[in-house]
Design a protein around this ligand. Sequence first.
Ligand SMILES: Cc1cc2nc3c(=O)[nH]c(=O)nc-3n(C[C@H](O)[C@H](O)[C@H](O)COP(=O)(O)O)c2cc1C
Length: 487
Amino acid sequence: MDDRSRSAAPPRGEYNDLRELIARFDALGELEVVRAAHWDLEMGALAELVSGRSPGRAPALLFDHIPGYPEGFRVLSGAANSFKRLAMLLGLPEPRDEMELVRGYRERLATFSPLPPVEVRDGPILENLLEGDAVDLFRFPVPRVHELDGGRYIGTEDVVIMRDPDTGWINLGTYRIQAHDRNTAGIWISPGKHGRLIREKYFARGEPCPVLISCGQDPLLFLGGHQELAHGVGEYDYAGGLRGRPFEVIASRGHGLPMPAHAEIVLEGVIDPKQTRREGPFGEFMGYYASQASEQPVVRIERIYHRRDPILTLAIPSRPPENFTFARAAVKSAMIWDEVERAGLTGVAGVWCHEAGAGRLFNVIAIKQMYPGHAKQAGLLATGCRAGNYAGRWVIVVDEDIDPSNIFDVVWALSTRCDPPQDIDFVRGAWSTPLDPMLREPPWESNRAIVNACRPWGWKDAFPKVAEASPALKRQVMEKWPKLFGR
Ligand SMILES: Cc1cc2nc3c(=O)[nH]c(=O)nc-3n(C[C@H](O)[C@H](O)[C@H](O)COP(=O)(O)O)c2cc1C
């Protein structure tokens, strides 16, 4: 694609809700409406298959006419999980490739200011309110996602909203939510996650932990909710900054927590300090059932708010690629790049968190080596920074002529510029999760490999030259025989 045919940056934030976004996805040719897929496994399998077919280019799927449910009670899969949809959401021109998308996100990070949410009194989320006996999680087409799952999950592409009892800070995090029965849900939060730290504070006081669970919302809120933002950073503010317009929130009836005024479905309740129930198993993002079903706290659902014809948003953790990992890879890569630079690293040429590593376990950073130890510093920082630390495994450092998103390039660098006994360091006992298939018991800590696949610093200038036609020669023959290159 040449520069003339590329789209200009679309305006940002000129939509009010998920429905308007879906209409825009449709106009871009990025939406498939699927009729009559069953909530029991069929939606999950379709989402898994379609998103895996061509990562970064698969359409979003909007399920309607779901057996047993009224027409209009819909489920959306893969909302922002493509080059085009993510760029549209962020107000960026359509990127040519992964690195252009990562650079675009970094520019957005550099130019936005967080925008705190604005409290309003009314909004579409108040269209329906169910309380008392009317509360019923199965009013919605809650999917059973994979064959071996222990139940139906209403919260997958969700945001769980909690208030820190000490500081009043509001945290949004994506944590899976199992629908146990009409008014009880299971919640699974990994050790060290903000939501877990907050819940522990309430439990330490013997108090229930108030919570809102949004199960259908703007993809930017999901994006803020599932990235490792620093403690104290408000996800509403972050997502509002990305959108270029603050999110409107309404204080919930029961606990005064801020719910997105334009969300589709919001559950309100408390996590009970005294009650647990068997939760899971659930097929998870590394591609396994690594943690068994276990006793987990329950959420007592006190009320449900929902829009007319509500849309549940669906993320499918599974063997990668998954229906959210492309977008996550792009955003996480930009965040790691940003963090390592803020920690003083120079010469970064690119970062990519590969989808085959579930967007966390195989991260590549490219640098232009400038001093001895530069590659080691890059590897250590990319391993230890907040955005790259949780549940990692491999960090590969490559030279700037390697595209970190091109796995062929990366394997070539590993194969030809790396001396394994010299160039691999290990970090032991890092932050991980029971979802890691390599871990069998607490503490949930994993080991990391930092691989230096750059030309050896001491003799990099004497390193054998690359056997490849020069850019000028390539250009010359392409111009002379354009038909060979589809021009
Ligand atoms: C689709 C999806 C599902 C997730 N499910 C969970 C989960 O069930 N439990 C969990 O602890 N983290 C889960 N995560 C990861 C967290 O959302 C992520 O680590 C986030 O940073 C947590 O927010 P926090 O940093 O405010 O704790 C999930 C992420 C995604 C993309």
